[in-house]
Design a protein around this ligand. Structure first.
Ligand code: HEM
Length: 457
């Protein structure tokens, strides 16, 4: 053994096993599904803490520097968590859960549809959805349930940006099927350990039926879109992918029809719920804080016409900050999942092949060593932080490293444009003064409905 190998193996052997959260605390919370409480209990431990169930080694990582190692510096030693691979029945081997060469190919093929120039095209569809929402809200005197309305409007916008389906007669049928399927995904996501889908329980049967309907609908949309004349430069993501696959010569194979359907489904699953909840919390925080609402209105009112597309990012910095800050408070999801592929040392701890890691985004976002005054809502924090450099500032709402969210610019753009449009036309007031706490249901959802009263400005 060389000197170097000897010193490396000594270094490895000096690594410690992570401390363990007493099983009297961990197991009841794990099996009762009290996940936010479990993560909070485990956040008391600096670094890494072992949570463990009977049949697996499960660790929570609370330390911001170790998290950068997992997501960026040592990312090749990890793959997406097994728990996430449960999505395979819905998304196939799509980008959210695939790994290795398959992931690299899919990411390369999918990425051009998220370039700044393409985002400018989506912005128009986002604006149409925003107008639709404001028009509806102008006509209502009743309090609105934010998550309900945001789920509807983000689906309107996603169906147009992803599939090119405008808000017309086709929309109603498609959105019904997709919405029902997404609802089932959310219901199932509430459990960390759902019953495998092959077990014919009533809820599994319902879920399988909704997935099959959604798959059929997507196949039809793809067939219709392929048969119809293509624009020179399609705006929607499906149109772009179909055009790319037609133009492919002997270079890299484009998505097969099945891969394309899986990736379309992936975009819906990854984009819809996260966006709807993030927007709901953003509007709720604005309504709770008159000073934030006033500053937001001042920024938006200063424009004769609201900036669209990439300009919205650059010019509406406070609006963008409100959306990002709401996502820091309530990250969607609050934890990321990774499985370790080889024994190695992480900080001072030893991690083994097969270990499952929960990357604790929520703890880092509230850590005073990463974020001064972490409990203060300060949208101005982000003025000098580029979206591409968020990980180095310990902002993890869009993950980090090469597996960071492919839709992050899309999401922030939609967040900015909807917020801007809403505060320009409506004054937001809380219905209930009592704060609404978040609960864990794969994402951080409100425990009770977020209700606002709206008056036209
Ligand atoms: C507020 C909205 C959003 C949030 C908070 C969010 C958050 C995230 C996070 C944290 C990841 C990394 C997951 C991990 O490392 O395990 C991710 C990945 C991903 N997101 Fe998003 N996302 C949002 C919107 C979107 C949208 C609108 C789309 C697409 C239209 C999208 C598509 C994806 C995809 C495909 C991945 C997997 C990327 C890969 O591994 O290559 N997301 N997202």
């Amino acid at each position: 053994m060389s000197e170097l190998q000897r010193s490396l193996s000594k270094d490895e052997s000096s690594a410690q096993a992570p401390p363990r959260l007493p099983s009297g605390i961990a197991l009841p919370l794990l099996y009762q599904g009290e996940f936010l409480q479990l993560f909070q209990e485990a956040s008391q431990f600096p670094g890494i803490v072992r949570l463990d169930g009977a049949f697996f080694r499960l660790f929570q990582v609370n330390d911001a520097t170790l998290i950068q190692e997992i997501l960026r510096d040592k990312q090749k030693r990890y793959r997406k968590g097994k728990l996430m691979r449960q999505l395979i029945d819905v998304t196939g081997d799509g980008l959210l859960i695939n790994d290795g060469e398959l992931w690299r190919r899919h990411r390369r093929l999918a990425s051009p549809a998220f370039s700044p120039r393409k985002l400018d095209g989506y912005a128009e569809c986002m604006m149409r959805a925003a107008h639709l929402l404001v028009d509806r809200w102008r006509d209502t005197s009743e309090p609105v349930d934010l998550l309900h309305d945001m789920s509807e409007i983000t689906l309107v916008s996603l169906l147009e940006t992803i599939f090119g389906i405008g808000f017309d007669e086709t929309y109603a049928g498609v959105s019904e099927v997709i919405h029902q399927m997404l609802e089932q995904v959310v219901l199932r996501g509430r459990s960390f350990f759902p019953m495998p889908l092959w077990v014919p329980t009533p809820s599994n049967l319902r879920f399988r039926k909704k997935i099959a309907e959604a798959h059929r609908t997507l196949d039809q949309i793809m067939a219709t879109r392929r048969a119809s004349a293509q624009d020179d430069e399609p705006v929607d993501l499906l149109g772009q992918w179909l055009q790319q696959s037609d133009e492919q010569e002997d270079g890299e194979q484009h998505f097969s029809p099945q891969e394309m359907r899986d990736e379309l489904m992936t975009m819906l699953i990854a984009g819809h719920h996260s966006l709807a909840i993030a927007l709901s919390w953003s509007l709720y925080e604005v309504a709770r804080r008159p000073e934030v609402q006033a500053r937001l209105q001042a920024e938006v009112d200063a424009f004769e016409t609201l900036p669209q597309g990439f300009k919205a990012f650059e010019q509406m910095t406070y609006t963008r900050g409100v959306f990002l800050e709401a996502l820091r408070f309530y990250p969607q999801p609050p934890i990321l999942l990774r499985d370790c592929m080889e024994d190695h040392r992480l900080g001072e701890f030893s991690i083994k092949q097969g270990d499952q890691l929960l990357v604790n985004v929520l703890a880092v976002h509230h850590d005073p060593t990463c974020w001064p005054e972490p409990e203060a809502f300060l949208p101005e924090r982000y003025e000098d932080i580029a979206l591409e450099k968020m990980l180095q500032h310990h902002y993890l709402s869009f993950g980090g490293g090469s597996r960071s969210c492919i839709g992050r610019r899309f999401a922030v753009l939609e967040g900015c444009m909807l917020l801007a449009m809403i505060v320009r036309h409506m004054e937001l007031t809380l219905c209930d003064p009592e704060p609404v706490p978040p609960k864990f249901a794969a994402m951080m959802v409100p425990e009770t409905p977020l209700r606002l009263r709206l008056s036209p400005r």
